[in-house]
Design a protein around this ligand. Structure first.
Ligand code: GDP
Length: 297
């Protein structure tokens, strides 16, 4: 009947806001539909449950002023609760890059948009903060991936570390550090190898790089369209590598806010940026209000 979460919620609340008074049953009916919609949008069951429980608590006994209908009050409570769940601490767009050269480690599965995101963030640091950025690809198994980063670098006017055949990722990370220090870069970004699935080798490699680079930020790039899978990937990466934030890509698609909600609640990690397309400027700081608005339609 409803195509997605936003439509479902706007359908539910549309009906409610037209009513003069809101009974407990109305609240319960609405929240039941919210819960189903959250599940359909790939929000995990425990997250949907605790979310609904919080909203129910706040909606019950909440004062309804004259300027707002009871239905609108429920909408507001759901909206506020969504934002409270989605929001991390501090400014998600502010990367820790003091004490140059600051290493930023980029991790994620192959195809998540990691290399694209590395270049997008490098461009952003250059354009918005005037930073001198160096990018290095550590994907020694896939020469095409290394080449791709170099091509993007040329496109956006950001230097990439020259490719030296035969080096392993740890050696590349060390060379990036040396080069960044010698040539006065503010930031160097390490684009680690991706795989289709998390395996021991991938994790061992990322951990080895982390240990030599001592990154100021470790950003996990996940495909925002993969819902619960994205959350599982984030949980595993955080357990094994430790991440300082998440970038959700492909949020330009028929995006499901659900991934963002579960991500925040389950991993506790802040969502820092969202990818909104293939172009180099298609990245934005994560804004809970915007995602909440989208979930509610
Ligand atoms: P990697 O294997 O993780 O490094 O993935 P890539 O950076 O090569 O990206 C894989 C594909 O996804 C490319 O075609 C990118 O242009 C595309 N892509 C990356 N981020 C986004 C995004 O936010 N939105 C859309 N629509 N496409 C994206």
């Amino acid at each position: 009947m409803f195509e997605n979460l936003s439509e479902r919620l706007s359908g539910v609340f549309d009906r409610l806001t037209k009513q003069g008074a809101l009974s407990e049953d109305d609240v319960r009916t609405a929240l039941r539909e919210v819960r189903v919609a959250l599940l359909e949008a790939d929000v995990s069951l425990p997250v949907a449950r605790s979310f609904i429980k919080n909203v129910e608590k706040k909606a019950t006994g909440a004062a309804v002023t004259k300027s707002i209908t009871p239905g609108q009050q429920v909408v507001k409570i759901v909206h506020d609760e969504l934002i409270a769940t989605l929001r991390g601490e501090g400014d998600p767009g502010k990367l820790k890059i003091d004490n140059p050269p600051a290493p930023i480690l980029m991790v994620g599965l192959q195809g998540s948009g990691k290399t694209t995101t590395t270049a997008k963030l490098a461009k952003r640091l250059k354009d918005r903060e005037g930073k001198k950025v160096l990018m290095a690809s550590l994907d020694t198994n896939r020469p095409a991936a290394m080449e791709q980063l170099a091509i993007l670098g040329t496109q956006i006017g950001v230097d990439t570390l020259p490719i030296v055949p035969g080096e392993d990722p740890v050696q590349i990370a060390k060379r990036a550090n040396t080069q960044a220090s010698l040539a006065g870069y503010d930031v160097y970004m390490l684009d680690t190898a991706g795989r289709l699935h998390i395996d021991e080798e991938l994790i061992a490699q990322a951990a080895a790089v982390r240990d030599v680079a001592n990154p100021r930020e470790t950003l996990l790039v996940v495909d925002g369209l993969t819902g619960q899978d994205a959350v599982n990937v984030a949980t595993e990466f955080d357990d094994k590598i430790g991440v300082s934030g998440v970038v959700l890509t492909r949020m330009d698609g028929d995006g499901r806010g659900g991934a963002a909600l579960s991500m925040r609640e389950i991993t506790g990690k802040p969502i820092r940026f969202v990818g909104l397309g293939e172009k180099m400027d298609a990245i934005e700081t994560f804004e809970p209000e915007r995602i909440a608005g989208r979930i509610l339609g």
